[in-house]
Design a protein around this ligand. Structure first.
Ligand code: ZN
Length: 438
């Protein structure tokens, strides 16, 4: 690309008073390249030299210096500069509407197809209009689509000492497709997640790929996939820079925590992972905090705290019992909690748990068979209760929000206590702050 040629084609003089623009060798008429100054005198002549005292073209002078044909062209097609005008001549970049030259405009001029990439409009709409997504996740998807993530392939092209192969597997160039979907590390996480995604079969082209994973199953799935994608990116960064291994549990817990954040920010419904929007902030929806406690080989305890829509305690329960796994303790806690809620005649209730597997099963994103067999039968009972009570919903919350029930569950396990009450537990163990419950 010859920059000089490009500029010659797109730069012209806008005549003001004609005193600055040279008459020879300057782009002020179409044939300017055909007339070069042959003498020093010609070199010094400005356009204003060719005006007569009335401000019209002096045809004699034009013919004398340019020859008849060009003189005719100038006098017929170019408005003479105004004598006495104060505005000076200026160079104009004809490609820009305001005449100003900028590198950006010049780039558009020489590489229009590179400067303006196009994406399927429905994909862009999906990214900006899917409800319940955190703004940072929208921005992340936007970067994915525009190849804007700081990965080896992109940076390695510009900085020679940054390697281009994948930092985790080393097999392939670290492109966005590879890092987020095709790398064996990412493949195993996607497949093990509740989505069970086979990323091998996905298209190589990133916009086709995003369209397949985000656009084929409706908005609710698009939101879940987007949350998972962001979680995967975070875990990848942690693994690459801090060397901490990602697990299936950490992947799913992180993804669901973004749903929770979106709920807290008022961007989504209260259901952490759920196919239908729920309006849980309505008056009349009770809240039940649920937690289990387990220690090998089978010592367990569980607890729940049920409050009405105004935060008033309706009932709490602590139970000691047997379980074969932490999941089974959680499931038993949920089962007891649902029975307690039903016994109060409450039809609308959100059950808060910190167990992502339990939440996934209740919300229908994982089957009970895939989980710990020891919890299977209790899980079926829990599922039955949720299916027959459409006002019951499950919400995944961070562990810190369940501190009180966690303490109660441990208390029940350690002291072999089972108790149900509707005033605050008088036997609350040390470390449990009552004001947190109130
Ligand atoms: Zn890789």
């Amino acid at each position: 690309m010859n920059a000089r040629q490009v500029l010659q084609q797109h730069v012209t003089w806008q005549l003001g008073n004609g005193s600055v623009c040279g008459a020879f060798g300057q782009p002020w008429h179409s044939f300017w390249t055909q007339v070069n100054p042959s003498s020093l005198r010609q070199r010094r002549l400005s356009v204003s030299h060719f005006l007569n005292p009335t401000g019209q073209w002096d045809c004699g002078k034009l013919i004398e210096e340019f020859g008849f044909a060009i003189a005719l062209f100038i006098s017929m097609s170019i408005t003479p500069p105004l004598l006495g005008q104060t505005r000076a001549d200026r160079l104009i970049f004809t490609y820009a509407r305001n005449g100003q030259f900028t590198l950006k405009k010049a780039y558009h001029l020489v590489a229009p197809e590179v400067a303006l990439p196009t994406f399927p409009p429905d994909l862009l709409r999906l990214i900006w209009h899917t409800k319940g997504l955190l703004p940072r996740i929208r921005l992340f998807l936007w970067k994915v689509l525009h190849n804007g993530l700081p990965l080896g392939d992109l940076i390695g092209r510009r900085v020679s000492n940054i390697s281009r192969p994948c930092s985790l597997c080393g097999f392939r160039a670290e492109t966005i497709q590879h890092a987020l979907f095709k790398c064996p590390w990412a493949q195993s996480l996607w497949f093990a997640s509740s989505l069970g995604l086979h990323t091998d079969d996905l298209p190589e082209n990133i916009s086709e790929l995003l369209k397949t994973v985000l656009g084929s199953e409706g908005e609710d799935i698009a939101r879940i996939v987007a949350n998972h994608l962001w979680a995967l990116w975070k875990l990848r960064c942690i693994e690459v820079f801090q060397g901490k291994n990602a697990t299936r549990q950490s992947f799913m817990a992180l993804a669901t925590s973004y749903s929770k954040l979106a709920v807290d920010a008022g961007l989504a419904s209260c259901r952490a992972v759920g196919p239908t929007p729920q309006n849980c902030s309505q008056s009349g929806t009770a809240t039940c905090l649920v937690d289990g406690s387990y220690v090998k080989p089978h010592s367990a305890g569980w607890a729940y705290l049920l409050s009405n829509a105004h935060g008033k305690l309706l009932e709490y329960g602590v139970h000691e019992g047997h379980a074969s796994s932490p999941l089974q303790a959680e499931v038993k806690a949920m089962l007891h909690a649902t029975r307690a809620v039903l016994s109060h005649g409450v039809n609308d209730c959100v059950f808060h748990t910190d167990c992502s597997n339990l939440n996934m099963v209740i919300c229908g994103y994982q089957s009970a068979e895939q989980l710990d067999w020891s919890a299977y039968h209790d899980l079926l009972d829990v599922l039955y209760v949720f299916r027959t009570n459409p006002g019951f919903h499950c919400s995944l919350v961070p562990r810190e929000e369940l501190v009180v029930v966690d303490v109660l569950a441990k208390f029940a396990r350690l002291n072999n206590v089972s108790y149900v009450g509707n005033t605050f537990p008088i036997f609350l163990p040390i470390g449990c702050n009552i004001s947190e419950v109130e």
